[in-house]
Write a protein that binds this ligand. Structure first.
Ligand SMILES: *Cc1c(COP(=O)(O)O)cnc(C)c1O
Length: 442
Protein backbone atom coordinates (compact mmCIF):
# COMPACT_ATOMS: atom_id res chain seq x y z
CA UNK A 1 0.00 0.00 0.00
CA UNK A 2 1.30 3.39 -0.97
CA UNK A 3 -0.35 6.54 0.29
CA UNK A 4 -2.03 7.08 -3.07
CA UNK A 5 -3.87 3.77 -3.14
CA UNK A 6 -7.63 3.65 -2.79
CA UNK A 7 -8.02 0.05 -1.70
CA UNK A 8 -6.39 -1.74 1.18
CA UNK A 9 -6.33 -5.50 0.59
CA UNK A 10 -5.42 -8.43 2.77
CA UNK A 11 -4.23 -11.67 1.24
CA UNK A 12 -6.30 -14.81 1.77
CA UNK A 13 -3.69 -16.07 4.21
CA UNK A 14 -4.40 -13.01 6.37
CA UNK A 15 -8.03 -14.04 6.88
CA UNK A 16 -8.62 -13.98 10.65
CA UNK A 17 -8.23 -17.43 12.21
CA UNK A 18 -10.58 -16.68 15.09
CA UNK A 19 -13.66 -14.64 15.81
CA UNK A 20 -13.44 -12.09 18.60
CA UNK A 21 -15.74 -12.94 21.51
CA UNK A 22 -16.27 -9.52 23.01
CA UNK A 23 -18.45 -10.60 25.97
CA UNK A 24 -15.50 -12.47 27.47
CA UNK A 25 -13.57 -9.20 27.82
CA UNK A 26 -16.06 -6.43 28.51
CA UNK A 27 -15.60 -4.74 31.90
CA UNK A 28 -19.35 -4.97 32.44
CA UNK A 29 -21.77 -7.87 32.33
CA UNK A 30 -23.93 -8.70 29.34
CA UNK A 31 -26.88 -10.39 31.05
CA UNK A 32 -27.90 -13.82 29.76
CA UNK A 33 -31.35 -14.60 28.38
CA UNK A 34 -34.27 -15.43 30.70
CA UNK A 35 -36.87 -18.12 30.15
CA UNK A 36 -39.82 -16.85 28.04
CA UNK A 37 -42.30 -17.16 30.94
CA UNK A 38 -40.66 -18.71 34.00
CA UNK A 39 -38.63 -16.59 36.37
CA UNK A 40 -35.21 -18.17 35.67
CA UNK A 41 -32.32 -18.26 33.22
CA UNK A 42 -32.45 -20.34 30.05
CA UNK A 43 -30.83 -23.81 29.97
CA UNK A 44 -29.60 -25.52 26.82
CA UNK A 45 -32.31 -28.20 27.26
CA UNK A 46 -35.07 -25.59 27.06
CA UNK A 47 -34.31 -24.80 23.45
CA UNK A 48 -32.30 -27.68 21.98
CA UNK A 49 -35.30 -28.33 19.69
CA UNK A 50 -35.17 -24.78 18.34
CA UNK A 51 -31.57 -23.71 17.81
CA UNK A 52 -28.48 -25.56 16.62
CA UNK A 53 -26.72 -26.55 19.89
CA UNK A 54 -23.58 -24.57 19.18
CA UNK A 55 -25.61 -21.39 18.58
CA UNK A 56 -27.39 -21.96 21.87
CA UNK A 57 -24.08 -22.39 23.70
CA UNK A 58 -22.83 -19.12 22.27
CA UNK A 59 -26.08 -17.35 23.16
CA UNK A 60 -25.87 -18.58 26.77
CA UNK A 61 -22.12 -17.73 26.98
CA UNK A 62 -21.48 -21.36 27.94
CA UNK A 63 -17.99 -22.77 28.54
CA UNK A 64 -15.36 -21.17 26.31
CA UNK A 65 -17.94 -18.70 25.02
CA UNK A 66 -18.06 -17.13 28.47
CA UNK A 67 -14.30 -17.08 29.02
CA UNK A 68 -12.26 -17.16 25.77
CA UNK A 69 -11.84 -13.93 23.80
CA UNK A 70 -10.82 -15.89 20.69
CA UNK A 71 -12.99 -18.59 19.10
CA UNK A 72 -11.37 -20.54 16.28
CA UNK A 73 -13.08 -20.33 12.89
CA UNK A 74 -13.71 -23.94 11.70
CA UNK A 75 -11.62 -24.86 8.62
CA UNK A 76 -14.74 -25.49 6.51
CA UNK A 77 -16.03 -21.98 7.28
CA UNK A 78 -12.63 -20.41 6.59
CA UNK A 79 -12.56 -22.15 3.19
CA UNK A 80 -15.95 -20.73 2.23
CA UNK A 81 -15.09 -17.30 3.65
CA UNK A 82 -12.05 -17.25 1.38
CA UNK A 83 -14.34 -17.26 -1.66
CA UNK A 84 -15.12 -13.61 -0.88
CA UNK A 85 -12.98 -12.58 2.08
CA UNK A 86 -10.94 -10.74 3.18
CA UNK A 87 -12.99 -7.90 1.73
CA UNK A 88 -11.34 -4.61 0.74
CA UNK A 89 -11.25 -1.50 2.88
CA UNK A 90 -11.61 1.51 0.58
CA UNK A 91 -10.56 5.11 0.99
CA UNK A 92 -13.49 7.26 -0.18
CA UNK A 93 -11.33 9.86 -1.88
CA UNK A 94 -14.02 11.05 -4.29
CA UNK A 95 -16.46 11.52 -1.44
CA UNK A 96 -13.82 13.35 0.62
CA UNK A 97 -13.16 15.66 -2.31
CA UNK A 98 -16.87 16.29 -2.88
CA UNK A 99 -17.29 17.20 0.79
CA UNK A 100 -14.09 19.22 0.98
CA UNK A 101 -13.40 17.65 4.34
CA UNK A 102 -10.06 17.49 6.13
CA UNK A 103 -11.06 14.01 7.34
CA UNK A 104 -10.05 10.71 5.81
CA UNK A 105 -13.04 8.45 5.12
CA UNK A 106 -12.78 4.68 4.72
CA UNK A 107 -15.44 2.07 4.13
CA UNK A 108 -15.37 -1.66 4.67
CA UNK A 109 -17.04 -3.51 1.81
CA UNK A 110 -19.50 -6.13 2.97
CA UNK A 111 -21.55 -5.70 -0.21
CA UNK A 112 -19.37 -8.14 -2.15
CA UNK A 113 -20.71 -11.17 -0.28
CA UNK A 114 -22.93 -13.89 -1.69
CA UNK A 115 -26.47 -12.46 -1.43
CA UNK A 116 -25.05 -8.94 -1.25
CA UNK A 117 -24.73 -8.23 2.46
CA UNK A 118 -22.74 -9.13 5.57
CA UNK A 119 -25.43 -11.62 6.58
CA UNK A 120 -23.84 -14.59 4.80
CA UNK A 121 -20.93 -14.38 7.32
CA UNK A 122 -23.18 -15.83 10.03
CA UNK A 123 -25.85 -17.64 7.96
CA UNK A 124 -23.12 -19.97 6.73
CA UNK A 125 -21.96 -20.80 10.25
CA UNK A 126 -25.45 -21.38 11.62
CA UNK A 127 -26.30 -23.78 8.78
CA UNK A 128 -22.94 -25.50 9.21
CA UNK A 129 -23.46 -26.06 12.94
CA UNK A 130 -26.90 -27.54 12.25
CA UNK A 131 -25.58 -29.84 9.55
CA UNK A 132 -22.65 -30.96 11.74
CA UNK A 133 -24.60 -31.70 14.89
CA UNK A 134 -23.77 -35.10 16.32
CA UNK A 135 -26.39 -37.79 15.60
CA UNK A 136 -28.28 -34.97 13.95
CA UNK A 137 -31.16 -35.62 11.66
CA UNK A 138 -31.51 -31.93 11.00
CA UNK A 139 -32.61 -31.42 7.43
CA UNK A 140 -34.10 -27.91 7.34
CA UNK A 141 -33.35 -24.40 8.59
CA UNK A 142 -36.23 -21.96 8.96
CA UNK A 143 -36.23 -18.23 9.44
CA UNK A 144 -38.03 -14.92 8.92
CA UNK A 145 -36.89 -12.15 6.63
CA UNK A 146 -37.87 -8.56 5.88
CA UNK A 147 -36.54 -7.16 2.64
CA UNK A 148 -35.00 -10.57 2.00
CA UNK A 149 -31.26 -10.13 2.61
CA UNK A 150 -31.28 -12.53 5.54
CA UNK A 151 -33.45 -15.07 3.74
CA UNK A 152 -31.22 -14.91 0.67
CA UNK A 153 -28.08 -15.35 2.78
CA UNK A 154 -29.58 -18.33 4.60
CA UNK A 155 -30.81 -19.88 1.36
CA UNK A 156 -27.29 -19.80 -0.05
CA UNK A 157 -25.79 -21.00 3.22
CA UNK A 158 -28.14 -23.99 3.35
CA UNK A 159 -27.28 -24.82 -0.23
CA UNK A 160 -23.57 -24.71 0.70
CA UNK A 161 -23.94 -27.27 3.52
CA UNK A 162 -26.74 -29.39 1.99
CA UNK A 163 -29.77 -28.43 4.09
CA UNK A 164 -33.26 -27.33 3.03
CA UNK A 165 -34.33 -23.77 3.77
CA UNK A 166 -37.77 -22.35 4.59
CA UNK A 167 -38.27 -18.59 4.77
CA UNK A 168 -41.19 -16.57 6.13
CA UNK A 169 -40.96 -13.26 4.32
CA UNK A 170 -42.88 -10.21 5.51
CA UNK A 171 -45.92 -10.05 3.27
CA UNK A 172 -45.38 -6.46 2.21
CA UNK A 173 -41.84 -7.20 1.00
CA UNK A 174 -42.91 -10.54 -0.47
CA UNK A 175 -45.39 -8.72 -2.67
CA UNK A 176 -43.54 -5.49 -3.39
CA UNK A 177 -39.96 -6.70 -3.63
CA UNK A 178 -39.99 -9.88 -5.67
CA UNK A 179 -36.32 -9.99 -6.64
CA UNK A 180 -34.94 -11.44 -3.43
CA UNK A 181 -37.84 -13.90 -3.40
CA UNK A 182 -36.61 -15.03 -6.83
CA UNK A 183 -33.04 -15.16 -5.54
CA UNK A 184 -34.03 -17.34 -2.57
CA UNK A 185 -36.04 -19.72 -4.71
CA UNK A 186 -33.26 -19.87 -7.26
CA UNK A 187 -30.93 -20.92 -4.44
CA UNK A 188 -33.40 -23.68 -3.57
CA UNK A 189 -35.39 -22.20 -0.64
CA UNK A 190 -39.13 -22.31 0.01
CA UNK A 191 -40.50 -18.82 0.59
CA UNK A 192 -43.89 -17.97 2.16
CA UNK A 193 -45.49 -14.58 2.74
CA UNK A 194 -45.93 -13.87 6.47
CA UNK A 195 -48.47 -13.81 8.11
CA UNK A 196 -49.19 -17.14 6.42
CA UNK A 197 -51.84 -19.84 6.70
CA UNK A 198 -49.13 -22.32 7.74
CA UNK A 199 -49.05 -21.52 11.47
CA UNK A 200 -51.38 -20.63 14.38
CA UNK A 201 -49.72 -17.23 14.73
CA UNK A 202 -50.21 -16.47 11.05
CA UNK A 203 -53.80 -17.71 10.98
CA UNK A 204 -54.79 -15.76 14.10
CA UNK A 205 -53.21 -12.52 12.86
CA UNK A 206 -54.96 -12.92 9.49
CA UNK A 207 -58.28 -13.67 11.18
CA UNK A 208 -58.16 -10.32 13.02
CA UNK A 209 -56.67 -8.45 10.09
CA UNK A 210 -56.76 -10.14 6.66
CA UNK A 211 -54.65 -7.35 5.16
CA UNK A 212 -51.90 -7.47 7.79
CA UNK A 213 -48.63 -6.62 6.03
CA UNK A 214 -46.48 -8.55 8.50
CA UNK A 215 -43.56 -7.81 10.81
CA UNK A 216 -40.29 -9.49 11.72
CA UNK A 217 -41.78 -10.41 15.12
CA UNK A 218 -44.69 -12.23 13.48
CA UNK A 219 -42.37 -13.89 10.95
CA UNK A 220 -40.13 -15.15 13.73
CA UNK A 221 -43.07 -16.60 15.63
CA UNK A 222 -44.16 -18.38 12.46
CA UNK A 223 -40.68 -19.79 11.87
CA UNK A 224 -40.54 -21.04 15.47
CA UNK A 225 -43.89 -22.80 15.16
CA UNK A 226 -42.75 -24.34 11.90
CA UNK A 227 -39.60 -25.66 13.60
CA UNK A 228 -41.59 -27.08 16.53
CA UNK A 229 -43.60 -29.33 14.22
CA UNK A 230 -40.63 -31.46 13.12
CA UNK A 231 -37.53 -32.49 15.12
CA UNK A 232 -35.45 -32.22 11.95
CA UNK A 233 -35.89 -28.47 11.72
CA UNK A 234 -33.97 -25.65 13.39
CA UNK A 235 -34.19 -21.86 13.52
CA UNK A 236 -31.61 -19.44 12.12
CA UNK A 237 -31.46 -15.83 13.35
CA UNK A 238 -29.79 -12.99 11.56
CA UNK A 239 -29.59 -10.06 13.82
CA UNK A 240 -30.64 -10.06 17.42
CA UNK A 241 -28.60 -13.07 18.49
CA UNK A 242 -25.16 -12.89 20.07
CA UNK A 243 -23.83 -15.65 17.82
CA UNK A 244 -24.49 -13.43 14.78
CA UNK A 245 -22.42 -10.69 16.46
CA UNK A 246 -19.61 -13.13 17.21
CA UNK A 247 -19.44 -14.29 13.59
CA UNK A 248 -19.58 -10.73 12.26
CA UNK A 249 -16.46 -9.85 14.26
CA UNK A 250 -14.58 -11.08 11.19
CA UNK A 251 -15.48 -7.70 9.66
CA UNK A 252 -13.86 -5.74 12.47
CA UNK A 253 -10.81 -7.99 12.68
CA UNK A 254 -10.04 -7.54 8.98
CA UNK A 255 -10.65 -3.79 9.23
CA UNK A 256 -8.24 -3.56 12.14
CA UNK A 257 -5.46 -5.33 10.20
CA UNK A 258 -6.12 -3.13 7.17
CA UNK A 259 -5.88 0.10 9.16
CA UNK A 260 -2.73 -1.16 10.83
CA UNK A 261 -1.19 -1.74 7.40
CA UNK A 262 -1.58 1.96 6.59
CA UNK A 263 -0.70 3.04 10.10
CA UNK A 264 -4.07 4.52 10.97
CA UNK A 265 -6.19 4.46 14.12
CA UNK A 266 -9.84 5.33 13.62
CA UNK A 267 -11.19 8.38 15.41
CA UNK A 268 -14.80 7.48 14.64
CA UNK A 269 -16.45 4.24 13.54
CA UNK A 270 -19.95 4.22 12.10
CA UNK A 271 -22.51 1.61 11.14
CA UNK A 272 -26.23 1.18 10.70
CA UNK A 273 -28.20 -0.92 13.18
CA UNK A 274 -31.12 -3.25 12.60
CA UNK A 275 -30.57 -5.99 15.16
CA UNK A 276 -27.03 -4.75 15.65
CA UNK A 277 -24.90 -7.53 14.16
CA UNK A 278 -22.91 -5.74 11.43
CA UNK A 279 -22.22 -2.71 13.61
CA UNK A 280 -21.22 -4.67 16.70
CA UNK A 281 -19.07 -7.14 14.76
CA UNK A 282 -17.41 -4.21 12.98
CA UNK A 283 -16.54 -2.29 16.14
CA UNK A 284 -15.93 -5.16 18.61
CA UNK A 285 -12.12 -5.42 18.21
CA UNK A 286 -11.88 -1.63 18.44
CA UNK A 287 -13.98 -1.54 21.61
CA UNK A 288 -11.17 -3.63 23.02
CA UNK A 289 -8.69 -0.91 21.95
CA UNK A 290 -10.88 1.80 23.44
CA UNK A 291 -11.09 -0.02 26.76
CA UNK A 292 -7.31 -0.27 26.50
CA UNK A 293 -7.17 3.55 26.33
CA UNK A 294 -7.43 4.56 22.66
CA UNK A 295 -9.85 7.46 22.15
CA UNK A 296 -12.07 5.86 19.50
CA UNK A 297 -15.67 7.02 19.13
CA UNK A 298 -18.47 4.69 17.98
CA UNK A 299 -21.72 5.83 16.40
CA UNK A 300 -24.69 3.57 15.66
CA UNK A 301 -27.21 4.93 13.15
CA UNK A 302 -30.93 4.11 13.10
CA UNK A 303 -33.92 5.43 11.13
CA UNK A 304 -35.78 8.19 12.99
CA UNK A 305 -38.97 6.16 12.57
CA UNK A 306 -37.49 3.18 14.47
CA UNK A 307 -35.48 4.91 17.23
CA UNK A 308 -34.84 1.87 19.43
CA UNK A 309 -31.46 2.87 20.87
CA UNK A 310 -32.23 6.57 21.13
CA UNK A 311 -35.77 6.39 22.49
CA UNK A 312 -36.55 2.78 23.43
CA UNK A 313 -36.67 1.41 26.96
CA UNK A 314 -33.84 -0.68 28.42
CA UNK A 315 -35.61 -3.76 29.77
CA UNK A 316 -36.25 -7.47 29.26
CA UNK A 317 -38.36 -8.19 26.19
CA UNK A 318 -39.03 -10.96 23.71
CA UNK A 319 -37.46 -11.05 20.24
CA UNK A 320 -40.69 -12.33 18.68
CA UNK A 321 -44.34 -11.35 18.58
CA UNK A 322 -45.85 -14.44 20.28
CA UNK A 323 -43.48 -14.51 23.30
CA UNK A 324 -41.94 -17.87 22.36
CA UNK A 325 -38.29 -16.74 22.51
CA UNK A 326 -36.19 -16.13 25.64
CA UNK A 327 -36.50 -12.67 27.17
CA UNK A 328 -33.39 -10.59 26.65
CA UNK A 329 -32.23 -7.36 28.27
CA UNK A 330 -32.05 -4.76 25.53
CA UNK A 331 -33.25 -1.45 24.22
CA UNK A 332 -36.69 -2.12 22.80
CA UNK A 333 -39.73 -0.43 21.35
CA UNK A 334 -41.80 -3.40 22.56
CA UNK A 335 -42.22 -6.79 20.87
CA UNK A 336 -45.64 -5.83 19.53
CA UNK A 337 -44.22 -2.71 17.86
CA UNK A 338 -45.24 -2.57 14.21
CA UNK A 339 -42.56 -0.62 12.37
CA UNK A 340 -43.53 1.91 9.74
CA UNK A 341 -43.02 0.66 6.17
CA UNK A 342 -39.63 2.26 5.53
CA UNK A 343 -37.56 0.89 2.68
CA UNK A 344 -34.69 -0.16 4.94
CA UNK A 345 -36.29 -3.51 5.71
CA UNK A 346 -33.19 -4.67 7.58
CA UNK A 347 -33.52 -1.90 10.15
CA UNK A 348 -37.11 -2.62 11.14
CA UNK A 349 -36.43 -4.46 14.42
CA UNK A 350 -38.08 -3.49 17.66
CA UNK A 351 -35.03 -4.46 19.72
CA UNK A 352 -31.21 -4.32 19.49
CA UNK A 353 -28.94 -7.20 20.45
CA UNK A 354 -28.09 -7.25 24.22
CA UNK A 355 -24.35 -6.74 23.74
CA UNK A 356 -24.90 -3.59 21.67
CA UNK A 357 -27.60 -2.41 24.09
CA UNK A 358 -25.10 -2.83 26.95
CA UNK A 359 -22.45 -0.85 25.02
CA UNK A 360 -24.94 1.99 24.56
CA UNK A 361 -26.13 1.78 28.17
CA UNK A 362 -22.51 2.07 29.34
CA UNK A 363 -21.84 5.04 27.03
CA UNK A 364 -19.28 3.25 24.88
CA UNK A 365 -21.45 3.63 21.77
CA UNK A 366 -23.40 6.79 20.80
CA UNK A 367 -26.42 6.86 18.55
CA UNK A 368 -27.93 9.07 15.87
CA UNK A 369 -31.12 8.94 13.84
CA UNK A 370 -31.81 10.16 10.32
CA UNK A 371 -34.89 10.50 8.14
CA UNK A 372 -35.44 8.27 5.13
CA UNK A 373 -35.26 11.19 2.71
CA UNK A 374 -31.84 12.42 3.87
CA UNK A 375 -30.52 8.84 3.95
CA UNK A 376 -31.55 8.19 0.36
CA UNK A 377 -30.06 11.51 -0.71
CA UNK A 378 -26.80 10.34 0.86
CA UNK A 379 -27.13 7.09 -1.10
CA UNK A 380 -27.32 9.15 -4.26
CA UNK A 381 -24.21 11.16 -3.32
CA UNK A 382 -22.32 7.93 -2.63
CA UNK A 383 -23.27 6.49 -6.01
CA UNK A 384 -22.27 9.68 -7.80
CA UNK A 385 -18.93 10.00 -6.04
CA UNK A 386 -17.71 6.49 -5.20
CA UNK A 387 -19.73 4.66 -7.86
CA UNK A 388 -21.16 2.25 -5.32
CA UNK A 389 -24.87 1.72 -4.78
CA UNK A 390 -25.35 1.24 -1.02
CA UNK A 391 -28.21 -0.78 0.42
CA UNK A 392 -30.81 1.57 1.96
CA UNK A 393 -29.69 0.25 5.36
CA UNK A 394 -26.03 0.95 4.59
CA UNK A 395 -26.91 4.43 3.29
CA UNK A 396 -27.60 5.29 6.95
CA UNK A 397 -23.92 4.65 7.64
CA UNK A 398 -22.95 6.64 4.54
CA UNK A 399 -24.88 9.63 5.86
CA UNK A 400 -23.33 9.10 9.29
CA UNK A 401 -19.90 9.41 7.67
CA UNK A 402 -20.91 12.44 5.60
CA UNK A 403 -22.26 14.14 8.71
CA UNK A 404 -19.11 13.38 10.68
CA UNK A 405 -16.89 14.59 7.83
CA UNK A 406 -18.81 17.86 7.67
CA UNK A 407 -18.32 18.32 11.41
CA UNK A 408 -14.61 17.54 11.20
CA UNK A 409 -12.29 20.48 11.44
CA UNK A 410 -8.60 20.87 10.72
CA UNK A 411 -7.07 19.68 13.92
CA UNK A 412 -3.49 18.66 14.49
CA UNK A 413 -4.36 15.07 13.76
CA UNK A 414 -6.43 14.20 10.69
CA UNK A 415 -9.75 12.66 11.75
CA UNK A 416 -10.11 9.09 10.45
CA UNK A 417 -13.72 8.07 9.84
CA UNK A 418 -14.40 4.41 9.08
CA UNK A 419 -17.80 2.98 8.26
CA UNK A 420 -19.24 -0.39 7.41
CA UNK A 421 -20.94 -0.69 4.03
CA UNK A 422 -23.13 -3.60 5.07
CA UNK A 423 -24.64 -4.36 1.65
CA UNK A 424 -25.45 -3.25 -1.88
CA UNK A 425 -28.71 -1.77 -3.10
CA UNK A 426 -29.08 -3.27 -6.55
CA UNK A 427 -32.25 -5.10 -5.55
CA UNK A 428 -33.58 -2.03 -3.72
CA UNK A 429 -33.78 0.39 -6.61
CA UNK A 430 -37.58 0.43 -6.41
CA UNK A 431 -37.25 1.90 -2.91
CA UNK A 432 -34.73 4.46 -4.11
CA UNK A 433 -37.08 5.30 -6.96
CA UNK A 434 -40.05 5.82 -4.63
CA UNK A 435 -38.14 8.19 -2.35
CA UNK A 436 -36.03 10.00 -4.96
CA UNK A 437 -38.83 10.07 -7.50
CA UNK A 438 -36.82 8.43 -10.26
CA UNK A 439 -39.79 7.25 -12.29
CA UNK A 440 -40.91 10.66 -13.36
CA UNK A 441 -38.14 13.18 -12.78
CA UNK A 442 -35.38 13.62 -15.30
C1 LIG B 1 -29.99 -6.85 7.74
C2 LIG B 1 -29.17 -5.74 7.31
C3 LIG B 1 -28.77 -4.75 8.22
C4 LIG B 1 -29.21 -4.72 9.64
O1 LIG B 1 -28.87 -5.82 10.41
P1 LIG B 1 -27.79 -5.75 11.56
O2 LIG B 1 -28.01 -6.97 12.39
O3 LIG B 1 -28.05 -4.52 12.36
O4 LIG B 1 -26.48 -5.74 10.92
C5 LIG B 1 -27.95 -3.75 7.76
N1 LIG B 1 -27.56 -3.67 6.48
C6 LIG B 1 -27.91 -4.60 5.58
C7 LIG B 1 -27.42 -4.46 4.18
C8 LIG B 1 -28.73 -5.67 5.96
O5 LIG B 1 -29.07 -6.58 5.06
Amino acid sequence: MTTNDNKIFLSESQLPRSWYNIVAELPFDVPKPLHPIEDRGVEVDDFDWLWPLECLRIELHEGKYGTDPWIEIPPFIADVYRRYRPSPLVRARALEKYLGTPAEIYYKREDLNPAGSHKFNTALVQAYYAAQEEHSRIHTMATDTGAGQWGAALAMACETVGLNCCVFMIRKSFEEKPYRRYLMRMAGAEVYPSPSELTDTGRSVLKDDPDNSGSLGIGMSEAIEFVKEDPGRRLALGCMSYYAVLHQSVIGLETRQQLEQIDRTPSLMIGCVGGGSNFTGFVAPFVRDRIGGKPIEFRAIEPDSIPTLSQGEYRYDWADFSELTPRILMYTLGHRFVPPPVHSGGLRYHGKTPVLSALVKNNVVNTRTYSQQEVFDAGRVFLKTEGVLAAPESAHAVLGAIDAAREASNTEKTPVIVFCLSGHGYLDLKGYSDVLDLDTSN
